[in-house]
Design a protein around this ligand. Sequence first.
Ligand code: GLY
Ligand code: MN
Length: 462
Amino acid sequence: MFPKEVYWQRRNLLREMVGDGLILFPGNEESGMNYRANTYHYRQDSSFLYFFGINKPGFFGVCDVDSGKDTVYGDDFTIDDIIWMGQQPTVKELAADVAVDSTASVAALAEDLKSALQTGRKIHILPTYRGDQVIRLAALLGIQCEEVQKYFSEKLIGAVVKLRAVKDRYEIEEIEKVVDVAGLMHTTAMKMGFPGNFERELSGAIEGIALSHGGPVSFPVILSMDGQTLHNHYHGNELVEGRMVVCDAGAESEMCYASDITRTFPVGGKFSSQQKDIYNIVLAANTRTIEASVPGETYRDVHLMAAKIIAGGLKDLGIMKGDLDEAVAAGAHALFFPHGLGHMLGLDVHDMEGLGENYVGYTDTFKRSDQFGLAYLRMGRKLEPGFVITNEPGCYFIPDLIEQWKGEKKFEQFINYEKVETYLGFGGVRIEDDVLITDQGSRVLGTPIPKTVEEVEETMRK
Ligand code: GLY
Ligand code: MN
């Protein structure tokens, strides 16, 4: 837990920003995998954690903006629970840890909400992403499930995004801890990256590292020789010489903060010259755009800078051609770099994505593009000190996309399809770091993880 004043301060700021009414945060329940009692790893809702900190199922938090009183609603564990789960703290004790004095049963919440509605008070809730949350909220508010969304409050979303986007020193410390765990995961994968091993052996080993450090992985491990598939969760291939492995993986801390790191390495430990060419283009995009990630810059411009570096490198190799500014403005580079440069990172690996990506990465006046490639940029707005973002450029040769664009003669003035076809079967390269925006510039979080060609090869030699 963070010091209890941290939670108190966050709720105070939130109440001020929201202005009036009741703010209702439903905590997450357990979720059954194949029957109710055989549950997935429990994951608390991130906004509930941020404001109320209790990492257990069965709780609601309410901030009464008009009176300034915060209440934790939950039921004390029964002797039956204690027999199966061991001794448990009381609701009062859990609430006290986050500076909340007022507690009540879940049954009392329905009554309190009913009387608030009867007196015409506003109830603010955040968008939901779990079906059972919708059902519980509908029951509490005495409405149909379809009507729950009427309570999604833009004012609350805006305030939560404003607060959660800027990380304090405790949060940065948490993220750095799990970047270091991710470092161990990635160097372990590299050291196992030899012919005869299966992808699943690498992914299993690194998932175990996350677990052994106290948290699960922060998202299902992406690890594949078919790195051209951006989120490849199939791990059944035997590693063969001549291919590269894209490994995109991170860990979650005990306080539920995420890391999200990607490294690409050659099976067998030595990059071919063709692999090195593409790798170094992506590396240049990564390192140069980290330097350009400073307060006041928009992440869309930083993304476009990465696109220009990649297009420039591909032009040097004869894969792209023509005027680079025109090519990037038209979106021709997106054949090779079809995703965004990065996203916010925090309690969620795509931080706050459940509240709506555009509320997090864009503003009322700074809108998301609908151009192919740029449209996938989750975070485009101006960078501010305290933001933690990922920087993850990539270059991929996606056979189906190449075939489609070639068939349409798309951007023939910028793309040399004959040359592109000599790269079919190449796969892809992605390199990703987690970056803190500081007052003056930016800082890559955690202990450096091998990244240059030489560092990766050296790690694999050990
Ligand atoms: N690490 C997966 C992603 O950023 O989408
Ligand atoms: Mn990422």
